[in-house]
Write a protein that binds this ligand. Structure first.
Ligand SMILES: [Zn+2]
Ligand SMILES: [Zn+2]
Length: 219
């Protein structure tokens, strides 16, 4: 696995195709070499993904004539090398899914750092009455499950009504977390003698007969 720093370093290198002069895309290498079963010996390769590049345009006919199957070539350069080579591809989409995007990588890294920071803050968040780290983890769909479930439990201890709206407005992808978060809301409302108005969703007193926000009568 390529480290974050190495990925960013490669992804920000600029190499150009000698055939069409277009910028090469930094792609993750496939786990094996299609030709001989050996590894590439590196984690990334720079590939010309320009569909108008004449290497790619002419390759179809060449492969058809030479090998009798469908495919073409892309110009490819390995890191640290000056001279590139030809990479056989089965279709135009090959490698387009493995482009390393430095902006996306940076975003992923920021998310990961925030998750780590929030996890470290969980131990003291109740004492410090700091709902932010628990809320961040509950809402971070890419964060680890144990941390998110623990954050849901801590929300109950934090007993802070301000966490309800952000959770209600969040679309959960994991059922376990959604269930625990809903449970936390239920406990917080109960502890504070509150309820959510079924009509306008505002938080009101448990014993209210009429909602002070929407004036609807409550049964
Ligand atoms: Zn090219
Ligand atoms: Zn209401």
């Amino acid at each position: 696995m390529l480290t974050y720093d190495a990925s960013i370093k490669y992804a920000e290198e600029k190499h150009y195709c000698p055939h069409c002069k277009q910028l090469l895309s930094c792609c993750e290498t496939p786990p094996f070499h299609i030709g001989d079963g050996l590894g590439w010996g590196c984690d990334v390769m720079f590939i010309c993904l320009n569909d108008e590049c004449h290497v790619f345009v002419k390759g179809w006919e060449h492969i058809d004539v030479e090998y009798g199957h469908s495919g073409s070539y892309r110009y490819m350069l390995l890191p640290g090398e000056k001279k590139g080579g030809m990479l056989m591809v089965g279709n135009a989409d090959a490698f387009t899914g493995s482009i390393i995007d430095p902006e996306a990588l940076k975003k992923q890294n920021i998310r990961y750092q925030n998750e780590k920071k929030a996890l470290a803050q969980l131990d003291s968040c109740v004492e410090e009455k700091n709902v932010a780290p628990a809320l961040l983890l509950v809402k971070d769909e890419a964060a680890g499950l144990p941390g998110r479930l623990r954050a849901c439990e801590l929300l109950i201890e934090l007993n802070d009504l301000s966490c309800i709206d952000p959770i209600r407005n969040h679309i959960f992808k994991k059922n376990d977390v959604e269930r625990s978060a809903n449970m936390a809301i239920k406990e917080i409302l109960k502890a504070q003698y509150k309820k959510e108005c079924p009509y306008c969703a505002e938080i009101i007193k448990q014993q209210a007969k009429v909602c002070m926000h929407c004036n609807k009568e409550l049964s």
